[in-house]
Design a protein around this ligand. Sequence first.
Ligand SMILES: *Cc1c(COP(=O)(O)O)cnc(C)c1O
Length: 757
Amino acid sequence: MDLYKNFPVLVIDNQLKTGNIEGMALRKIINSLINKGLAVIELEMDIFDHRLALSADSEISCILLGWNKVSAYRSMSQLGKLINQFRERNEALPIFLMTDKLDIKNIPIDTIKRINGYIWKTEDTPDFIAGRIENAVKKYLDGLLPPFFRALLKYTREYKYAWHTPGHMGGIAFLKSPAGRIFHSFFGENAFRADVSVSVPELGSLLDHSRAIHEAEVNAAQIFGADITYFVTNGTSTSNRTVLQATVKPGDIVLVDRNCHKSVMQAIIITGAIPIYLRSYRNNYGIIGPVLADELSAGSINKKIKDCPLLKGRPGQVKLTVITNSTYDGICYHVGMIKEKLQQNGTGLTENILFDEAWYAYARFNPIYTDRYATCCRQKDPAYKLIFATQSTHKLLAAFSQASMIHIMDQTGDFSRDRFNEAYMMNASTSPQYGIIASLDIAAQMMEGSFGRLMTQSAIEEANIFRKKMAQIGKDLNLYGKWWFKVWQPSAIGGQDYDQVDDYVLSTDPACWVLRPDDNWHGFEKIADNYAMLDPIKVTVLTPGLEESDQTAGRGLPAPIVTKFLNGRGIVTEKTGFYSFLILFSIGITNGKSGTLLAELFALKKVYDTNPPLGEVFPELAGLYPSGMTIRALCQEMHSFLNAIKYDKLFKSVYAYLPEQCLTPAGAYRELLAANVKPIKITELANKTAAVMVVPYPPGIPVIMPGEKFNPLLVKYLQFYEDFNKHFPGFENELHGVNINGGEYTTYCIAPPKPPL
Ligand SMILES: *Cc1c(COP(=O)(O)O)cnc(C)c1O
């Protein structure tokens, strides 16, 4: 039972310390359990301890509960309630009642239904009782393991000699060099013994989805609500490419969210598809909203196809539509509404839909996301062939980096596994990491039953504690005319101030989070009602500078300075804009973690208000800025810089217009391969055709795609990044697709045809 040693049996009884017959019998049972190698935790009956027990239940392997007349729980109903609580949290955990035969008639039916059996402390022998308990524990713990991990565990325990790759042979090779030894001892022997190759037949093959791997994929499909699930060991980047390669031929039309991840764009290059883009809402903070609902109508899509210069008037059907759900900033869609909009008279305007749910694999497990994730619709919709969801299991569930899943919902029953698998294999390594596969298996299993709901619920509750606290602090400080950070969230719900809304309502009622057309907190104009919802666990904090009150007070605290400060204090945020930053509350959140963030925000406020010299706060910046410059002077300079270029309007408008398409992305890539491209300075980009995609960080969304023509607005936008980087050393933004040589920013454009000789 070695791996199981850490799963103690919990004994709750009020006779643990008594010397009477029952107390002595109980002591003997406990000693027998310990002799069998089981750990035991003893708890007197006491409400507080029970709470503790409840919160630690993932490490308990069995509960023995004393049910007797002299119980401190005089009321049986209270004891029954406790059993219900355990049961609600864990359906499989063995629970035994320790009672007396005479008492059994007093136990309510409702309780009897929820337990696994009785223990007659004074009648059977302690060894016999302990043996029964041990069996139940074994059965429970064995049942916890999902198919692939179970098989891997069994295999590594058999201590076979390996005559196959990987060449480290279960880790042994590392021990032959001092550096290798350190590596080995850091990761531990199991990491290497479980790193086996595809030559182990009993584990099955990822490439043809056989045996234990197949079982694990079937288990995950059932847990995530898909018809078919495939495990992917190289990220959702690969999952997206696989879905595109499995559905799209050269010249096919794909309709894509303009804010898609770059892997979608790369897949468009690889497949030779013709992209038609869907524009999104954007607000003054640069926060990306959902795709404009109007863009999904037949009229809009047909017009886009008709006007697309790459199609030259050729009519065509959309093969695949790609929607990012949720967006980076946590906007999730009403999936049914999207499916409804994308069809006309029962015929899909698109053959297939891909929901890129890289950030959203947890949605199925909490009712607050009802209707807002791809696998929510069990009802088949024959307007479409296939509906896909790709999820980065590693991003917001518990799995190793690169763990990803493709979920398929077959709408018409025509899906061919064999044909799909050709695209799958084309993107998969022939030597997948079995640790990643095992982590996919476990990540799915962890969400099974009530655990998924409990974990997501506590992430939502923790996020709301932080959100409410921020609102409260803001209100209190404003009373004294002082400033505080805002959070991008409703200021009031149902006429009640946000910080006054009941915790339970905030954490369970989606209506609190739905974006309404007549609300103005979100800043998206004319948004369709109920179409989009803000995911409470994705919290965007707004920094002072853009609100009217900030402008009259001349206050500006750009977010790059805030997150640099937080970073120096050990707090790493997910994404930083110019006046906003994003933090995530995932299932890995610990209670009260946000308290440290609050404390640091206070510390930063104090720094801003007391205005010390820059070098005291950021010693690494001291040499880069004029000596004697204060922190607020730096804030002011950055703020004025952003003001001068009308930051908010620029960011809003640059994504509002789609650049002209001159070449297909694949065509532009061919020019790059043929070296028929030239590096062009940013100031000279107007009217040139991009050969590569350019992605500024933040927000990490391509601003131009290969084959598109730079317009003056785009030039201004990229110029802004170059100027900003030069002005504010230590705060440089990355610009993918832009090369910096000797301080000069250039990007590859298609070279003009050579003039005839
Ligand atoms: C991160 C991300 C991906 C790629 O996922 P990886 O698992 O990192 O390869 C795809 N789409 C979106 C929207 C993402 O945010």
